[in-house]
Design a protein around this ligand. Structure first.
Ligand code: SF4
Length: 253
């Protein structure tokens, strides 16, 4: 039988064991019991998922805790004001083919996955992230790549979602190879918050594969210093996961 540390170091284990429901959340943070109804109402509209790793960064299950606020659904998300929009960047108006957004002349963004390791409460793509977890189909991806190939002015392509790094290595490699085969695509970027919410995903194998497609940029986002801490508060956790992940990223040049 694998030790807890070995299981927890595996990104797929982290994804399989995400907190996905209010009862699971209350089991992890019993003090939340009295707020369960409010959390359930918010998570019915905007999904809940928290990796065990990221849940371990929560200090106290109260709104004042920054990691708690970043990850746990809150009633304030349900407030509807007339200046709000589920598509605040107006991406839906700039989608020439399904899954591809073009808001700038030389840049295209592909929504390759609707899955995230942890759903952030501040997400500006809530209309996509976690609504129905999945990935672009092979046919949709072919269509998006063909569109980029036909538009010679596109020199910068962003893989986004959801989070592209929730896909397996082979799927990512296929996408990157298809884009790298287009001569006018100079820049490829991957948008991902996994270094903060699922640093286990930055495996040596992934880094080896990504290195083949240089120049490649990883755009990430950290929202609080605690997301940089070495060890989450989780019984039995011994591995300085985040430090090894960033070191691997930095050594991939
Ligand atoms: S990881 Fe990105 S796409 Fe996913 S919920 Fe967070 S901000 Fe939104």
């Amino acid at each position: 039988m694998k030790s807890f540390a070995k299981c927890a170091a595996d990104w797929r284990w982290q994804l399989r064991h995400r907190i996905r429901s209010v009862p699971e959340l209350v089991a992890r943070f019993p003090a939340l019991g009295r707020h369960a109804a409010g959390i359930a109402a918010a998570s019915a509209k905007f999904p809940l998922a928290i990796t065990p790793y990221y849940a371990g960064l929560i200090g106290r299950a109260v709104e004042a805790d920054p990691i708690f606020r970043l990850a746990v659904p809150q009633a304030v998300e349900l407030a509807e004001r007339n200046f709000q929009s589920l598509d605040p960047m107006g991406e839906g108006r700039h989608a020439p083919v399904p899954g591809l957004i073009r808001r700038y002349r030389d840049r295209a963004l592909i929504l390759v996955s609707s899955t995230c390791a942890t759903y952030c409460r501040h997400c500006d793509r809530k209309r996509v992230a976690g609504r129905r977890e999945g990935a672009l189909t092979a046919a949709q991806l072919r269509r998006a790549v063909a569109w980029i190939a036909q538009h010679r002015e596109i020199r910068d392509v962003i893989l986004s979602g959801g989070v592209p790094l929730t896909l397996g290595d082979a799927a990512l490699e296929r996408m990157l190879a298809a884009l790298r085969a287009i001569p006018h695509v100079e820049i490829i970027r991957i948008h991902t918050r996994t270094p903060a919410t699922l640093p286990q995903r930055i495996t040596p194998g992934l880094v080896r594969r990504l290195r083949r497609f240089q120049p490649l940029w990883i755009n990430t986002q950290f929202n609080h210093p605690r997301e940089l801490q070495r060890r989450p508060r989780w019984p039995g956790w011994r591995t300085p996961v985040f430090r090894s992940a960033t070191r691997r990223c930095c050594c991939a040049e």
